[in-house]
Ligand binder design. Sequence first.
Ligand code: XMP
Length: 324
Amino acid sequence: QWTTSSIVEEQVARIREQVGDGKAICGLSGGVDSAVAAALVHRAIGDRLTCVFVDHGLLRAGERAQVERDYVTATGVRLVTVDARERFLDALAGVTDPEEKRKIIGREFIRVFEQAELDLQAEAGGDKYRFLVQGTLYPDVVESGGGAGAANIKSHHNVGGLPDDLDFELVEPLRALFKDEVRRVGLELGLPETIVHRQPFPGPGLGIRIIGEVNATNLEILRSADAIAREELTAAGLDRDIWQCPVVLLADVRSVGVQGDGRTYGHPVVLRPVSSEDAMTADWTRLPYDVLERVSTRITNEVAEVNRVVLDVTSKPPGTIEWE
Ligand code: XMP
């Protein structure tokens, strides 16, 4: 029988065979796929794997700690974090066009990752990291072979989804697996539930959830609002019922409000809870009113710049899940 532990055993053997006594590098995104792929490779080759986590400053509250603390504790993996927050902010200054943002983030990510690899190589006395670990799943393999589809609507950027012309040999231990199998492998390898059952989060992060300029102020506003929404959805036990719930800051929009005796002129945030099987189509999730009320009250009370919370009730199509 094809059990989870036999998948692990077989992949570990294959990785050992492929990598031999070489060294591998893996970009962690905080997502399930790269986390499980790296954990498998770590089980196979130990400290000859180095993981790189790029903090591009577009992460949600607590995400960096989740990788640096929870993931490292669970796996014992050797992790290098690159703090590239300023670099991304500089590159994104003044940019509001969604595709331009995506291209900049993708480009900077590759540059930062390449530099990290060069630094690691120098540290290892010039010895090259020959192998790159990728969390490619079976549906990714099929999709990129298929060509058409959603790929043309947005230039998706996958953290770890580095271009082919980088000078690495790929190690892709999840290539034959579906998402649910990947999650089971993750649990088998002892990864925390918070990582194994994490909802999807786009590679360009909060950068494509700010309608308007991505700057430190807007990121801070969105990060606070998003943390509240996630906290309340988790507390209500809804994490497994919804596919994901982007929170979007309309930084280019202001509306008049009132708080105490004072007029406010603040920004709206949008809640975008969706239900989906595969993100190709989606329906808006009918969240309970009391949960919506708590999220709305808390965000407008706790995040000074936000004076209005609105709900997105559009399915996909015609809306996409993310706003950019
Ligand atoms: P859309 O907005 O196209 O999103 O309906 C479909 C799913 O993909 C996620 N998404 C991304 N994931 N890099 C990613 O890794 C990206 O650039 C990206 N853009 C969207 C989105 O969160 C949803 O789950």
